[in-house]
Design a protein around this ligand. Sequence first.
Ligand code: KIV
Length: 267
Amino acid sequence: MSKKHKTTITQLKKMKQTSDKIVALTAYDASFARILDGEGIDIILIGDSLGMVIQGHETTIPVSVDDLVYHCKAVAKASQSALLMADLPFMSYTSPDKALHNAARLMQEGGAQMVKLEGGSQQIETVRQLALHGVPVCAHLGLTPQYVHKLGGYRVQGREAQVGLQMLEDAVALQDAGADAVLLECVPVTLASEITMNLDVPTIGIGAGGSCDGQVLVLQDLLGITPNAPRFSKNFMADSNSIADAVNRYIKDVKSGEFPAEQHCFL
Ligand code: KIV
């Protein structure tokens, strides 16, 4: 069922305080955005995962700011209540000025209300600049797909005590610099839980366990049409008779704490 009011970052913070789980999904076009918005999703992420699920690349690296603006525009036309978060793609935020320029494009041309960028302490100045200029920011930690070649593949991040501690410190520093949310991808449940407890801003998890303040999935994974979908995702179409029904079940399962289950998490 559709929500009446636009989700805001103030509301996301309140949802953390009241333990009302935040539910997010990716979308890249108007048709799917209309369904997600109609079912009352809190956040639509126009993610650079579009490089894989829409453009057929093996990574997110070829995605450009123009691509993001194009897909963001389409999503914005069909969504009324969901907060639109758009990714700053690879190499589009190598300096605070460049990040400001490209975030402005995503917001002014694309219609986004928040941008997401990957990386820890190296992004503190960029996040500070964006926040100072009125750009809501989500910081993406853990498995950061734009760093795939540096990380040596798509794998769980933060299992070693030192790496986990650094991630926790980075999350706090990014919040202090002005980040309004932190996305945790493929992070052990205990670490994600510790980060969530130590932040005032909400955490949104993907493969990071049920104690995050919210969850996000790639829409095509939820619809069961991604070949070899990651273990942390779930095919909600399997027990549904329509796309809207699958989205609705996902929202209900996140809100009730049924998703993610143990098999979707990492230790
Ligand atoms: O681009 C994307 O869809 C993402 C999700 C995997 C969180 O960043």
